[in-house]
Design a protein around this ligand. Structure first.
Ligand SMILES: CC(C)(COP(=O)(O)OP(=O)(O)OC[C@H]1O[C@@H](n2cnc3c(N)ncnc32)[C@H](O)[C@@H]1OP(=O)(O)O)[C@@H](O)C(=O)NCCC(=O)NCCS
Length: 185
């Protein structure tokens, strides 16, 4: 069950590695929390069952690609699970997806972060995101985007702290209106 190409990424305090079924209890705890899911997606949701968490882990493992992946973020010291960090093709809004595909344009790559509330406030999201940016550069990506709920100021702050530029709001992705951040690598 090893993903094809998901290298472990290291930073000073963090290890970003492939998520496995051994992480099910953590993933279940993470996405069962309304404060975590509040600004993820466009509907109110939480996932509380082991089955939902296992399905999520399998989706996350399947997201591994040349410059894409969804990583479990843990501390180097003590291997304490902190959350999830991602680099992945971002879905265009339906009304735009066809025209973009017809024009033969590549999909944009999204960078993102979902941390457990116990890990908030220690700069871990910023540190994990910087590790992802270094990986993206090594893999030849030239731009990443981040989208946040317009009220998700914590996530917007992370985007700014890693050098992303706030481009205003957009309805280009996920069939919703988001704050858009971009970074040329
Ligand atoms: C977004 C998230 C990862 C930020 O985690 P964090 O641990 O606070 O992040 P960091 O400690 O790395 O840094 C966050 C920065 O935002 C600031 N910040 C954090 N919470 C904030 C808030 N509620 N309001 C304003 N600023 C905030 C911090 O002060 C820090 O900036 P600074 O270093 O300039 O002071 C975390 O809140 C989270 O996982 N939320 C739930 C999932 C989510 O919404 N993900 C994003 C989807 S787009």
């Amino acid at each position: 069950m090893t993903p094809p190409d998901l290298p472990t990424l290291l930073s000073t305090r963090l290890r970003l590695r492939a998520v496995t079924e051994d992480d099910t209890a953590f993933v279940q705890d993470l996405y069962a929390r309304p404060e975590v899911t509040e600004f993820i997606g466009t509907t109110d949701w939480v996932e509380t069952t082991r089955e939902q968490s296992l399905a999520r882990i399998h989706r996350y493992r399947a997201a591994a690609g040349r410059a894409a992946g969804i990583w479990l973020v843990e501390t180097v010291e003590g291997r304490r699970a902190l959350g999830v960090a991602l680099l992945k093709p971002i879905p265009r809004s339906v009304r735009l997806a066809d025209s973009r595909a017809q024009a033969g344009l590549a999909q944009d790559t999204e960078i993102g972060w979902h941390l457990h509330p116990d890990a908030w406030g220690h700069g871990y999201a910023i540190e994990a995101a910087r590790a992802l940016l270094a990986h993206a550069r090594r893999r030849g990506l030239t731009e990443v985007v981040a989208v946040t709920h317009p009220r998700n100021v914590a996530s917007q702050r992370v985007a700014e702290r890693i050098g992303m530029t706030h481009q205003g709001t957009t309805d280009r992705y996920y069939d919703t209106t988001c704050a858009l951040f971009t970074l040329t690598l």
